[in-house]
Design a binder for this molecule. Structure first.
Ligand SMILES: Nc1ncnc2c1ncn2[C@@H]1O[C@H](COP(=O)(O)OP(=O)(O)OP(=O)(O)O)[C@@H](O)[C@H]1O
Ligand SMILES: [Mg+2]
Length: 518
């Protein structure tokens, strides 16, 4: 398992670990050396005490009875706590310790005492603790063992270790605080670099628009520091990206402008072709059947081309972000009209409509929204066989108005579905080919809906294809009526007043030209 730690934590922990290790090594070495030094000193004291012991004895009778055999302990210069023992012929005669009142106290003698030589050794004296001892030979031939307690050395060492521990801990704590502050200061510029990169990563770069990218602040681009080098490189990279975006945006704008200009320029000659074909076609009986057929083809192809040019122009304008007209309008009558037109164009389909009993108010461009619904209905008409049922539903939801166009036709081919809203996306089925569409219908739907801050979704399976337009509502509806649906009813054959009919006839022609089926 690898542990993920921030750079800051890693640096602080490593510094502290390093300091603690170095301190421990120094403290151990100091303690060992000091121990040797103290023991050496004690040994020389023991040696002088032993020399004193061997230097002579008190006159017989001047020593108290308990100091018999070890009266050398009472010689001047012997310090309190000094141990003394006399060994004669390998047996300990008596062992005693000099007490503070200048008398001696007999102590039990361990068997190892007889092995003490003239080189100092440590001997454990039971409850009295460890002693450093040496032996010297008295003038009478006895061995005199003299010793001094090691307790003083031990307590000095303990004090030293405690002081070392306290000092090391304080140093480690201080280092931790100082290190945290220093490291935090050192990595702060990295945080700023990361923040810049994050801000750039959140920009909507996919739109292809020219963008101004955030840069790393000047202070973090000093090439003398490592962070500065990264900051400088990041800024140069952002500069390149910005230039690339600007160039792309520029070329896209030029292309869009070219398409818009070309489409616009094509409209006039196309209108003339349609007009002349119309005029020439009028005296039908004067032409032979071949000429009449050719004129009809000219009319229909010119109509198709007009539609294509209009679609291209509209897309180019929407791409350029040209604002649409925004007026408050009720989608229900617009949908009713569009469905009536579709019904008129394809009697052999079943057209159902379902509307809410409140106005479905949105703010938008009535002509463009009509075109959107008409395109969906045209698809449901041209890409499905006669007898297909097409149900158009207007739904109100909080803050939203949606229009759903569902048909039970064969469905959108699987390879077309993922990019059905793309430009020139077409199914290659015989029906699509017969329909003669250009594949721009749904691209226009998507672009117009996006220009209204709405969205369009599609689901399709054989027998159930559903397109759903979702547009922001102009007002919030009554929250009690989440879905206001009247029951579906069949659309009656179109019966409208002539003025209305004329208007819709024009719209239909606008979109379909002379291809209007019916
Ligand atoms: N309701 C539908 N049922 C089956 N297929 C559909 C349906 N709607 C769209 N499609 C498929 O999606 C493709 C793209 O549709 P779109 O409206 O963009 O182009 P089109 O109808 O071919 O041409 P245009 O609309 O420009 O005349 C169609 O060619 C068709 O294959
Ligand atoms: Mg279409």
């Amino acid at each position: 398992m690898t542990m993920t730690m921030s750079l800051e934590t890693k640096l602080v922990i490593s510094s502290i670990a390093l300091l603690a290790t170095v301190s421990a090594v120094i403290a151990t070495a100091t303690t060992l050396l000091f121990n040797d030094f103290l023991i050496d000193r004690l040994d020389s004291q023991v040696s002088s005490a032993a020399r004193r012991s061997a230097s002579g004895a008190l006159p017989p009778g001047s020593a108290p009875p308990e100091a018999r055999e070890v009266s050398f302990l009472l010689l001047p210069g012997q310090s309190e706590g000094t141990f003394g023992a006399r060994i004669r012929q390998g047996a300990v005669r008596r062992a005693a310790v000099l007490t503070d009142v200048g008398s001696v106290r007999e102590v039990p003698s361990p068997p190892s005492l007889v092995h003490v030589t003239n080189a100092p050794v440590t001997v454990e004296l039971g409850p009295l603790g460890d002693y450093r001892m040496v032996s010297t030979r008295a003038p009478d031939g006895d061995l005199l063992v003299t010793g001094l307690p090691v307790t003083g050395v031990r307590s000095t060492l303990t004090r030293l270790v405690v002081v070392e521990a306290v000092v090391t801990l304080a140093a480690v704590a201080l280092t931790a605080v100082a290190c945290t502050l220093l490291v935090r200061r050192a990595v702060r510029p990295l945080g700023r670099l990361a923040a810049t990169a994050t801000r750039v990563s959140e920009l909507p770069l996919a739109t292809g628009d020219a963008v101004r990218l955030t840069r790393v602040p000047e202070v973090d681009t000093d090439p003398r520091t490592e962070v500065g080098q990264v900051g400088g490189a990041l800024n140069r990279m952002l500069g390149h990206v910005e230039t690339a975006f600007a160039v792309r945006h520029e070329s896209e704008t030029r292309l869009r402008q070219f398409i818009a200009d070309a489409s616009h320029e094509l409209r006039t000659p196309l209108a003339s072709i349609v007009g002349y074909a119309e005029v020439s076609g009028r005296g039908g009986e004067r032409h032979g059947p071949q000429t009449a057929h050719a004129l009809g083809r000219i009319r229909s192809e010119a109509g198709r081309m007009t539609t294509l040019v209009e679609d291209l122009l509209l897309l180019a304008r929407l791409d350029a972000g040209r604002p649409l007209e925004r007026l408050e309008l009720d989608l229900s009558p617009l949908v009713v009209n569009a469905v009536s037109d579709a019904n008129a164009a394809a009697h052999r389909h079943r057209w159902l409509i379902s509307l809410p009993d409140q106005p479905a108010l949105v703010s938008g461009d009535a002509d463009r929204l009509h075109q959107v619904v008409a395109n969906l209905l045209a698809n449901a008409r041209t890409h499905t066989p006669p007898g297909t049922t097409v149900t158009t539903t207007v739904l109100l939801a909080p803050g939203q108005v949606s229009v759903r166009v569902a048909d039970d036709g064969p469905g959108i081919p699987g390879h077309v579905l993922p990019h059905v809203f793309g430009r020139f996306a077409r199914g290659d089925g015989s029906r699509s080919r017969l329909a003669g569409g250009s594949g721009l219908g749904l691209a226009i739907v998507s672009a117009v809906v996006a220009a209204h801050e709405g969205r369009v979704e599609v689901t399709s399976a054989p027998g159930n294809t559903v397109f759903t337009l979702v547009l922001p509502a102009a007002h919030d509806h009554d929250p009690g009526d989440r879905v206001l649906l009247a029951s579906s009813h069949q659309v009656p054959p179109p019966e409208r007043d002539p003025a209305d009919d004329q208007q819709h006839g024009r719209r239909q022609r606008e979109r379909r030209g002379s291809h209007r089926a019916g």
